[in-house]
Structure formats: structure tokens, C-alpha cells
Design a protein around this ligand. Structure first.
Ligand code: XBP
Ligand code: MG
Length: 264
């Protein structure tokens, strides 16, 4: 089947929003609430195993003593998560999180070639809208034909729900789309929906096992800063991941050749 759509994850894929955005925003919310909590980069990396900011915070809170009741803790989590999102919106508006290399280039190329573009994320619609407005160049703000977020799929990655919703909205089969993800939870979600996935790792996810990915790379790369391709149907190498290369990898995988492309 020909490739008809690219479906992009948000956090860690379109921009490094975890380290420079959500983590910083959580810490600001903690300080504002007079809590002595601080999530450094290493601790946040461990907490990222739990998908969903509210779920992540609840997990952290559950490990701390002193809650009067479960309801008391849940109220604190809801309040802190809301405050975190307000700080996150401010960080987006301040330009704290630029788009990752190659994102704008690939979005423009795919749009010009007539591919459908979509988003599949665990975060909220508000956070996605803020990111599209402040991180992507203005000509790309409306490029997505479908945006699947926590509102459309409350059961979060690694569950495939958000990808099912996006495919349904696009009216496409799983075999006609490619997901771009940054994490194991994201890869699992795409694969469980039957969608091939290209993984662009970041500092938090580079040590994860991406067996089953179509390809794994350090980023999409730019002509003046090619990506390190850690695994692909062509093997490892360096290069700029453009639509032509993606379409070739996709065709190789769907033709039945080994799509694993996991790092060797
Ligand atoms: C990654 C997530 C999100 C963010 C925080 O989502 O797990 O939960 O860390 O956002 P993605 P919220 O699927 O885009 O990689 O606080 O809104 O959950
Ligand atoms: Mg992600």
C-alpha cells in the first residue's frame, strides 16, 4: 500500500518538550505551591516511564508520605497538574522549546506531496494547540488534518487508542500511514495499531529498545547537520531523512523485507 499519511507524536518528537517544558513547568508549580520538590533531569527521565503528566505526578505523590487521604492526594495532583500546564503554556509562548531538526522541513515536503498529516499524542489538546501556535512556523500551524490527544483517547500510550482514533478520522488503514515517535511507549502504541514507525530519539529515550521500528535516528536531520541513522532497512549511516527516503523505507517494509531496523 502506498504511504498516504504521516502521524506525528508531540512531546519529544516535534520539540524537546519534556526536558525543557513539562519538567521545568512541574518544578515551577511545585515551587509556587511551597513544596520542596524538584525534578532534576535524571529523575524526570525515570518518571517518564509513566505516560501522562497527571499519572506521572500521581505516581510520584503516591510514593511520598503524609497524605490525609487518597482524595486529598488526588486533589493536590489535579491542582498541581493544572498549574503545571499554565507554566507550560508560558514556556511555549516564550520560545523555550524550538522544533526539533527537520520537523518543519518534512512537514512542508509531505504537505507539498499531498500526504495527510496528523498528530497522535498523550498530552492535552490545549498543550498541542499552544505548541502548534508557538513552535511551528506560521505556515504550518494548520497543516494537521487530524489531532488525536488525551481528549480523544483517555487511555494513553502505550495503548494504541490514539492511533486508532487518528486512522479512523483520516479514513485510512494502518498500512497507509507512518508514525514518527521518540519513545518506547510511543513506538508500542503505533505498532499495536499496526502502524510502521520511525523513531527519532532524544536524550531521555536513546537507550530504549526500539526493536520493531522501521528506522531509528538521532533526529530527522538537516542538510547542514545530518542525522545519525542508528538503524534502517539500509542499515546505519548518516543523512537527512526526507520524504523520498521515508517512502523507500516504507515500501521496503511493506514489501515484506525486514522492517526491524533496530540499532545494531
Ligand atoms: C508524552 C506524555 C505527556 C507529557 C505531559 O506525550 O507522556 O504526558 O509528558 O503532558 P506524547 P500532560 O505522546 O506527546 O509523547 O501533562 O498533558 O500529560
Ligand atoms: Mg513522545
Amino acid at each position: 500500500m502506498p504511504l498516504k499519511a504521516l502521524i506525528f507524536d508531540v512531546d519529544g518528537t516535534l520539540a524537546d518538550t519534556e526536558r525543557d517544558g513539562h519538567r521545568v513547568a512541574f518544578n515551577r508549580a511545585f515551587a509556587e505551591a511551597g513544596l520542596g520538590w524538584h525534578w532534576d533531569e535524571a529523575l524526570y527521565g525515570e518518571l517518564l516511564d509513566i505516560a501522562g503528566g497527571k499519572e506521572r505526578l500521581a505516581h510520584y505523590c503516591a510514593g511520598r508520605p503524609g497524605w490525609a487521604s487518597q482524595a486529598d492526594m488526588e486533589m493536590a495532583v489535579a491542582r498541581l497538574h493544572k498549574a503545571k500546564n499554565a507554566h507550560y503554556a508560558r514556556l511555549l509562548a516564550e520560545g523555550a522549546m524550538p522544533a526539533r531538526p527537520g520537523i518543519a522541513r518534512l512537514l512542508r515536503e509531505a504537505r507539498n506531496e499531498g500526504l495527510r498529516l496528523a498528530v497522535a499524542t498523550t498530552t492535552s489538546r490545549e498543550n498541542v494547540d499552544g505548541l502548534l501556535r508557538h513552535v511551528l512556523p506560521p505556515d504550518l500551524a494548520d497543516c494537521f488534518a487530524a489531532i488525536g490527544s488525551a481528549a480523544e483517547a483517555p487511555v494513553k500510550k502505550p495503548a494504541p487508542d490514539v492511533y486508532h482514533w487518528v486512522l479512523d478520522r483520516l479514513g485510512l488503514d494502518a498500512g497507509e500511514a507512518l508514525a514518527v515517535e521518540d519513545s518506547l511507549n510511543g513506538l508500542l502504541a503505533a505498532r499495536r495499531a499496526g502502524i510502521a514507525a520511525l523513531v527519532t530519539v532524544n536524550d531521555y529515550t536513546q537507550a530504549q529498545d526500539f526493536a520493531g521500528a522501521l528506522a531509528v535516528a538521532s533526529s530527522l536531520g538537516e542538510p547542514d547537520a545530518p542525522a545519525e541513522i542508528l538503524g534502517s532497512p539500509d542499515g546505519p549511516g548518516r543523512g537527512v531523512i526526507d520524504l523520498e527516503l521515508i517512502a523507500r523505507w516504507f515500501a521496503a517494509a511493506t514489501a515484506g523485507t525486514d522492517p526491524a531496523g533496530s540499532p545494531s
